[in-house]
Write a protein of this length. Structure first.
Length: 280
């Protein structure tokens, strides 16, 4: 981890590996207005080049670090007889939001590489691991849906060979779809997104993180606010709660929606996933 120097970028929303090649100048915005993804470099890294290896090693190390912090949070001990890691001062995550902050930077770097041979396997691995990580914390909707939105944008774009928002041709697709997802990749992606849509319903139905409710305990409540009738003061509070529930329902319904459509079109099945949130 100490072999690479990383800093935060206010504009890119994540880590910037100083030794990575910078994207070529572009007339388009350097940051996606919706997902916050950086504009990828103009050309894919040459296979087997030192730069590609550098990105590969960095991303692998960061992904391992995030996994270790999750394991520390979960309190999973090393198997008997295994020596503890040399750098055993890694602190476990305290919240899903904290994990998502690290993961956002990693996704940004993978996307910035503009290299499908790196983007496809690493993004699939990240999405698969995320399905495990998201179940290890109380729900954190804003952070969780932000990551899912980034991954959805990446997968849908890689499936079409162009950015789904700007319709720019992606680096590496200049000669067609040979650099894109194989059918095996698509089947794996389909499995990951289907699983995610089911898991998110379950996760978001749980109690939120404690710190999100601390503020509510500090405010005095009266019988009128909590138990007033349809015409009483409590009506507006319930209406606001219903709006929040409806917004959450819509966010859940939109999980990987672009990827689902593109997978259906590409696999030729006219398949679009569908999921319903339970009344509970």
């Amino acid at each position: 981890m100490a072999d690479h120097h990383v800093s935060s970028s206010a504009e890119g929303g994540g880590f910037v590996l100083h030794s990575l090649p910078s994207p070529a100048p572009s007339s388009t915005s350097t940051v996606r207005s919706i997902t916050g993804l950086p504009h990828p470099r103009a050309h894919a890294l040459r296979p087997g080049s030192a730069k590609e290896d550098q990105v590969r090693h960095f991303v692998s190390a960061r992904l391992l670090h995030i996994s270790r912090r999750f394991v520390k949070k979960a309190g999973i001990a090393a198997p008997d007889g295994d020596d503890p890691p040399v750098n055993d001062d890694v602190q476990g995550y305290k919240s899903m939001g904290e994990l998502c902050k690290d993961l956002e930077g990693l996704i940004n770097i993978v996307w910035l590489s503009g290299t499908p041979s790196l983007q496809i396997p690493y993004l699939l691995n990240i999405a698969s691991e995320f399905n495990t990580w998201v179940t290890g914390f109380p729900p954190s909707p804003a952070a969780t849906f932000a990551i899912l939105e980034k991954l959805d944008h990446c997968f849908a774009s890689l499936l079409t060979g162009e950015d789904i928002d700007s319709h720019e041709l992606l680096p590496g697709f200049e000669n067609g779809f040979r650099a894109g997802m194989s059918r095996t990749d698509m089947v794996r992606c389909k499995s990951i997104v289907e699983q995610a849509r089911v898991l998110i319903v379950d996760v978001m139905s749980k109690e939120p993180e404690e710190e999100e409710e601390d503020g509510a305990e500090d405010e005095p409540q009266t019988m009128d606010e909590d138990e007033s009738g349809p015409e009483g003061p409590g009506r507006s509070g319930r209406a606001m709660w219903d709006e929040d529930e409806e917004r959450l329902f819509m966010d859940v319904a939109r999980v990987y929606e672009n990827s689902l459509v593109k997978l259906g079109e590409t696999l030729g099945m006219g398949w679009v996933g569908d999921i319903q949130m339970s009344a509970d």
